[in-house]
Design a protein around this ligand. Structure first.
Ligand code: PLP
Length: 369
């Protein structure tokens, strides 16, 4: 194995239980899209059966992969679907999101054709302006669901634009817009949801019936601003191997473009991981890894399948040594948020970009208890 991630399902479960404690009895919809934020959706879903009340994905292909592991829990698609995806979702019996009245009409047509009832989650645009409906269209969608024997109203919901920042008043504006709409169309607040991880960590379930929790399940806080109202632990470690140890003489350069040139004699180690595995190219110049419990800087450009680091200060580094990219090694720890900072991105992107060719290995300390 060139490079692999280790996912601790016990940690995912503990994070999930901690998040439910924030939800004041509201249901937890576990967001497992993008292959469970890079952790492997099937294993995550199987691990969360009995803790999560429902699961959320981006589209029907993701839903189909997790359904056999979901223990019968409801699954919803978070985004509007186009073309064949509508029929696919309805045939799987999963909830679809309406972001326009044509979404409702398409779900109804698919349900009639299949001979089933489509569950529609009506999404209100309360100010993020990415998906969702105007109040007038959403009210029509609610009425459509109530009037049609081929439709069932799932929930009315919205997505928060600024929930990571507890000081941002727009979160409450969005909550008020959603609850005013629910009141207007006679939907109980128990059938509404808005909070994501940031919302749940900062304000809880917001008096609504559910929250859609993603990144917190995996032990990552959405942003440095978000309240650490519960203790979360990262569930994923990312490792690779040293494939070459060599001297580098002062004046010699490293990797494509020789963007790093040694100003002293050094010892360098080549790692079997690169941007083809999802390690960000943009992290070059700032990135670090852990070798034998010590921090080592990454030198020069990140390549597709390899990168080079300076191990001059680490005694005994040898071919085959295990290197940590995310996770702990001795006293040192690197988090997804560190890599995100080095690469000028967010931890969500770091985790979801870990490539499929990186093997996922699972441990579960809670299953043996
Ligand atoms: C509509 C929707 N709900 C919930 C989530 C989960 O967000 P988080 O991972 O911040 O909890 C996402 C994530 O992108 C989303 O798009």
């Amino acid at each position: 194995m060139r490079t692999w991630v280790e996912v601790d399902l016990g940690t995912v479960r503990r994070n999930a239980v901690a998040m439910t404690s924030r939800l004041q009895g509201a249901a937890m919809i576990a967001v497992v899209k993008a292959d469970g934020y890079g952790h492997g959706a099937e294993a995550i879903v199987a691990g969360l059966v009995g803790i999560a009340d429902a699961f959320a994905v981006a589209g029907p292909a993701e839903a189909e992969a997790i359904l056999p592991h979901a223990g019968g829990a409801p699954v919803m698609c978070l985004y509007p679907l186009v073309g064949d995806d509508v029929r696919h979702a309805v045939s799987l019996g999963i909830g679809v999101t309406s972001s326009g009245n044509s979404d409702v009409t398409a779900a109804e047509a698919a349900a009639r054709e299949i001979g089933t009832v489509a569950r529609v989650h009506v999404k209100l645009d309360t100010g993020m302006h990415r998906h969702g409906m105007t109040e007038a269209d959403a009210a029509r969608a609610v009425a459509q669901c109530r009037d049609s024997s081929a439709l069932e109203l799932g929930a009315v919901w919205t997505h928060l634009a600024c929930a990571d920042d507890p000081a941002d008043p727009f979160t409450d504006t969005q909550r008020r817009r959603l609850t005013a709409f629910a009141d207007r169309v006679g939907v109980d607040h128990g059938s509404a949801h808005a909070a994501n991880s940031g919302g749940a960590l900062n304000v809880g379930s917001m008096g609504l019936g559910a929250a859609r929790v993603g990144i917190a399940l995996y032990g990552v806080y959405p942003s440095p601003l978000t309240r650490r109202s519960v203790e979360l632990a990262p569930a994923l470690s990312w490792r690779t191997l040293v494939t070459r140890v060599a001297p580098l003489a002062a004046g010699e350069g490293v990797s494509y473009g020789r963007t790093f040139v040694a100003n002293r004699d050094m010892t360098i180690a080549t790692l079997s991981v690169g941007y083809g595995d999802g390690y960000p190219y943009a992290a070059a110049g700032a990135a670090e890894a852990l070798v034998r419990g010590r921090r080592v800087p990454v030198l020069g450009s990140v390549c597709m399948d390899s990168m080079v680091c300076d191990v001059s200060h680490v005694p005994g580094v040898a071919r085959g040594d295990v290197v940590t990219l995310i996770g702990a090694d001795g006293p040192e720890v690197i988090n997804a948020a560190d890599i995100a900072r080095w690469a000028g991105t967010i931890p969500y992107e770091v985790l979801t970009r870990i490539a499929r060719r990186v093997d996922r290995m699972y441990a579960d300390d809670t299953r043996d208890e």
